[in-house]
Design a binder for this molecule. Structure first.
Ligand code: PEP
Ligand code: MN
Length: 337
């Protein structure tokens, strides 16, 4: 059960509700929110009789939640959440495309990509400065230097920036430079990192873990929300299966399932989802057709020179084709790009 307090409820009002819940034999957890404070009721095995709580001053409503994820679930909030990044809305009418290289490699590469992404009408640039690589000998990213280059690309183009964070130190650094923090698949269940980004006020792009169920993804989002940051964009990026013709198996059915279970927006990553550039465009089109709120795509001016994920990166001319395809499908599903 969640007890939602009215806006402006005082510490003492909250304390009184907590005391009443504890007298009933349950424990409480105050869940901070930017809009409203909620009190989670823990320890009940069956439905709690909430009639007394509902009558208490400053209680807005009591919500009976049956799912293990509470704040990010539809039971808690029936209308879709729209995540705002400057004047961009994710989860609204418009489909959002995020594009850019896997990693920031050098000044020329990121500025050139930013320009072509901007010219294609894309509002958000991606680019990793901290790369979690399978091999310790692979390119690990430029670190803070990469963040500075992303900031320069932002200044030159006006694009919003998303970059991956991998630990506390990179969160503290990246939050000074970028607009959205990405939690990568490998860190989806790094609970201390989830709490850390939950304590920032930047939107979080949370990617599904390599072998995570949808409930596990939603529980990871719950970690972020329970720290007070509700600005979460979920991302389906393919999961590990026995299929060996693609890098991962892009689970497009996750999109309608997540729309049913959660109010958060869900976007799809057809680049990591398939692992090969020639499978990216059809998968992106399918993602829009099935109801995704956007896509995140890897683009590189010269994929053959890329320091990471060149095989799945689109060349500029292919990226233009992707944009045309996405626009066509968006129209069919009554959305705009
Ligand atoms: C990435 O976006 O470059 C990335 C590493 O993605 P994932 O965490 O989904 O593998
Ligand atoms: Mn990549």
């Amino acid at each position: 059960m969640l007890v939602v307090m009215k806006k402006g409820a005082s510490k003492s009002d909250i304390g009184k509700v907590e005391e009443a819940i504890k007298r009933m034999g349950y424990t409480t957890r105050v869940i901070p929110g930017i809009q409203r404070i909620a009190i989670g009721v823990l320890g009940n095995k069956t439905r709690v009789d909430s009639s007394n709580i509902e009558l208490m001053p400053e209680v807005l409503e009591v919500i009976h939640v049956t799912k293990p994820y509470k704040l990010v679930g539809r039971e808690f909030k029936s209308e879709n959440s729209i995540i705002r990044v400057n004047d961009i809305e994710i989860g609204g009418e418009k489909i959002i495309v995020i594009a850019g290289p896997c990693a920031v490699e050098n000044r020329e590469q990121i500025l050139e990509t930013a320009q072509l992404v901007k010219e294609a009408g894309v509002p958000i640039l991606r680019g990793g400065a901290f790369k979690p690589r399978t091999s310790p000998y692979s390119f690990q990213g430029l670190g803070e230097e990469g963040l500075k280059l992303l900031a320069e690309a932002k200044e030159k183009t006006g694009l919003a920036i998303v970059t991956e964070v991998i630990d506390n130190e990179s969160v503290d650094m990246a939050r000074e430079y970028v607009d959205i923090l990405q939690i990568g698949a490998r860190n989806m269940q790094n609970f201390s990192l989830l709490k850390k980004v939950g304590n920032t006020d930047l939107p979080i792009l949370l990617k599904r873990g390599l072998s995570a169920t949808i409930v596990e993804l939603l529980m990871a989002a719950e970690y972020i929300a329970s720290e007070g940051n509700w600005n979460i964009i979920l991302c389906e990026r393919g999961i590990r299966t026995f299929a060996d013709q693609t890098r991962n198996t892009l689970d497009l059915s996750a999109v309608p399932v997540i729309h049913e279970l959660s109010h958060l927006p869900i976007i799809v990553d057809p680049s990591h989802g398939t692992g090969r550039w020639d499978r990216v465009i059809p998968s992106a089109a399918a993602a829009i057709a099935i109801g995704a709120d956007g896509i995140i795509v890897e683009v590189h001016p010269r994929p053959e020179e890329a320091l990471s994920d060149g095989v799945q990166s689109l060349k500029p001319e292919k990226f233009k084709i992707l944009m045309d395809e996405v626009k066509k499908i968006a129209e069919v599903v009554n959305r705009d790009v």
